[in-house]
Design a protein around this ligand. Structure first.
Ligand code: SAM
Length: 287
């Protein structure tokens, strides 16, 4: 795995810039998620599929009203609000972008769950605002890929979780047996990592990291087929937006960050369809 350090301020800047693109999607999809949609027979529209991703994580973690959930990398608050509304769970959401945190608070107020949610500025490598042994479930929906040092994150999660705590994550990972990558795929992966401020690593390495950090009963489910329509949609959008974006970029209408992100989404779809990258759901417990 490319483990060159990531600067959290740079990651926050990438997101704050990409919010301009996301906001246009939020308007017509009716929600503020920043994640891939999970499609099945009952969830065939983009907005429904994005909601379905949260349902799948929530079911896998068995979240109930009595759970105190820590959402690492809480984006614009959609998945925290969802857990508060669906289960009445209390949720702390952490993020490294003040702009996203403010949108998350507005989102919670708009849905009447501001008393159940608490959005804090905190880096998930530090969790300096979260007390020891205070969390039942850690939830990370496409957040951990923003870490080049997952060992440190997992140590912090062990600190804040109670005994018998649970973790649930989804993210993109390299599929087993895909390394070494061809030089063309290596370049695509590098472009994705740089453009989105992430570090895509192998799923097998993440399983080992969880076990080395003391997590038990690690379970991994491959959800790639269900998110394929979502990566395809992003690629379709990017195919139009990328060349147009280059022109608009020249006249100052789109930033380099947005243009690079369009290319990254095309590259993700390519690597997903050629079997290099998969989308995985991971659950594990503390002892
Ligand atoms: C792909 S978005 C997912 C957001 C949200 N979970 C959702 O599904 O809508 C990843 C999020 O992680 C946040 N993030 C990245 N690095 C972080 C860090 N070191 N600490 C806390 N949050 C981080 C980003 O700002 C962004 O909000």
């Amino acid at each position: 795995m490319d483990d060159r350090p990531l600067d959290t301020d740079e990651v926050a800047d990438i997101y704050d810039e990409l919010l301009k693109t996301y906001r246009t999607q939020w308007e017509y999809q009716g929600h503020r998620s920043l994640h891939l949609g999970y499609y099945d027979d009952d969830h065939t529209e983009p907005g429904q599929a994005a909601m379905n991703t949260m349902r799948v994580l929530s079911d896998a973690a068995g979240i109930t009203q009595s759970d105190r959930v820590l959402n690492i990398g809480c984006g614009a608050g959609e998945d925290s609000v969802w857990n508060a509304r669906a289960h009445g769970a209390t949720v702390i959401g952490v993020n490294i972008s003040d702009e996203q945190l403010e949108i998350a608070r507005e989102n919670a107020r708009a849905h009447g769950v501001e008393d159940l949610t608490d959005f804090r500025y905190d880096d998930f490598h530090e969790l300096s605002t979260v007390e020891d042994d205070s969390i039942d479930v850690v939830w990370g929906l496409e957040a951990l890929s923003h870490s080049a040092d997952r060992k440190t994150v997992l140590e912090q999660l062990q600190r804040v979780l109670i005994d018998d705590g649970r973790v649930v994550f989804t993210d993109i990972f390299l599929r087993p047996g895909t390394e070494p990558l061809s030089s063309a795929d290596e370049k695509r992966l590098e472009q994705i990592n740089e453009a989105l401020g992430i570090r895509v690593g192998p799923i097998t390495g993440f399983e080992e990291a969880l076990e080395a950090s003391g997590f038990t009963d690690v379970r991994i489910r491959n959800m790639t087929d269900g998110v394929l329509p979502s990566t395809k949609r992003r690629r379709k959008f990017s195919r139009v937006a990328h060349p147009v974006g280059r022109v608009l970029g020249k006249v100052g209408k789109l930033s380099d960050v947005q243009i690079e992100a369009f290319e990254a989404h095309s590259n993700i779809h390519k690597l997903v369809t050629d079997g290099t990258i998969g989308y995985y759901l991971i659950t594990a417990d503390t002892e």
